[in-house]
Design a binder for this molecule. Structure first.
Ligand SMILES: [Zn+2]
Length: 260
């Protein structure tokens, strides 16, 4: 049994008994780890109130190398994200991010850049306008694709390098970038985008999340960039297109759209 000190986000919690939960954490040191938090539901628990969804904690983890499930024996709260949990739309998109981390990462493979991206996304989302929650999520996912080596090339045709006419813009999923229609191969999966969507995708790749909160976009463009990014993430990272959080977001009464 080894002891690890980790800094981690709580990305999933499952109740297993009246007072105990299985937590999925995303840590700086070990990437994704699962652990049991015993007695967390009891009034005097040392873990009480700390191991809530989205919280950043400093935890003491005990774990055998041979088992997947560790035990969290203590935790200190480093940062809470009440500004997220108190807003349904932000909550939905933060949950979607947790699902992305859970679905696309293997246990105990550290990716400090992904940890930092998560921290940055949660911080910006916490104080962002409610309407920006979608754009921030899709931008974070696009930045995640880039970290994983699948950021789309959007300057010229990825096949021949020539400029692409703005009246017929296609993005190839397989080759990951803009492509002229004469260079598309038979049966190559492509997504068509408007010039506005292309410009927005470029901005989302270049600008920090904190600047993207200020961008105003129309629904159609938002929907298009969401479709491109989801298609890329699904194609390259195996991300399911029907995340549970997406259904939650679509069900929100004030706005039934998934777009940015
Ligand atoms: Zn070409």
């Amino acid at each position: 049994m080894s002891r690890y000190k980790i800094e981690a986000f709580v990305i999933r919690t499952n109740r297993i008994t009246e007072s105990s939960r299985v937590l999925t954490l995303y840590s700086r040191e070990m990437g994704k780890v699962k652990c049991v938090a015993k007695g967390v539901g009891r009034p005097k628990s040392k873990l009480g109130g700390k191991v809530e969804l989205f919280n950043l904690i400093e935890g003491d983890l005990y774990k055998k190398e041979t088992t997947e499930l560790g035990v969290l024996s203590g935790a200190g709260l480093l940062e809470d994200f009440k500004g997220i949990s108190g807003d349904a739309r932000k909550y939905g998109f933060a949950s979607a991010w947790c699902e992305v981390l859970d679905r696309t990462s293997h246990s105990e493979e550290p990716h400090p850049e992904t940890f930092e991206l998560t921290f940055n996304y949660f911080k910006v989302l916490r104080s962002a306008k409610t309407e920006s929650a979608g754009l921030l999520f899709w931008s974070a996912l696009l930045k995640f694709l880039t970290l994983e080596g699948y950021g789309p090339a959007l300057d010229a045709c990825i096949s021949c390098g020539k400029p692409v006419a703005r009246d017929r813009l296609l993005i190839t999923l397989q080759r990951g970038g803009l492509i002229g229609h004469e260079c598309v191969e038979l049966d190559e999966p492509v997504v068509q985008v408007t010039p506005e969507a292309l410009d927005l995708l470029r901005a989302m790749m270049e600008l920090p999340l904190s600047k993207l909160d200020e961008i105003a976009i129309d629904k159609r463009t938002g929907k298009q960039v969401a479709e491109v990014i989801l298609s890329l993430a699904s194609y390259h990272l195996g991300l399911p297109r029907n995340l549970k959080s997406f259904r939650f977001i679509e069900d929100l009464t004030d706005s039934g759209r998934l777009g940015a």
